[in-house]
Design a protein around this ligand. Sequence first.
Ligand code: FES
Length: 154
Amino acid sequence: MGKWTCLMVNEILKKFPKSKDYLLEILHELQNNDPKQYISAENIRAIAQHLNICQSQVYGVVGYYSMLSAKPRGKNLIRVCNSPVCKMIGSEHTINHLTKKLKVQLGGTTTDGKFTVEECECLGNCSQAPSLMVNSKLYGNLTSESLDDLLKEF
Ligand code: FES
C-alpha cells in the first residue's frame, strides 16, 4: 500500500468507533475516496483489523451490496438500471449500446480506465426509464443519441 493511501485509510478509520455497526459507512467512505472506486484487499485487511472482525465478514458485505466493489473500477462508473421497468422499456439496448461503443464487457473497465459499465437495481427514476447513473448523476429516457452525448460529456 502506498504511503499516501495508507495515511488516507488510517485517517478515515480513525473517524469511526471500533464497532462493526459502522462497517457499511466505512466501506462507502473508503470507496468514495479511492480514485479507482473500490475496496482494495489492503483496505479490507485494515478495516477488519480496526473493527476486530474477520476479513471474510468484510468481503461478505462488499459482495452483498452492488454499490461496493472489491475490483478496481474506471474513473467514471456507469450503472445501468436493469430492474423490471427499465428492462421492459429498453435497458438491454442501453447495455448493448454502451458496451459496444466503449468496447467493454458488462462489469468491465475500458482499457484507458475511463469507464466501468455495470448493471444495478432500480435507481428510483422509473418514470424516466430506461435510466442509468454516471458516478452520482442520474440520466433517463435514454436513446442511442442521448447515450452518445452522455459519453462525450465525460
Ligand atoms: S426500474 Fe429502472 S429506475 Fe426504476
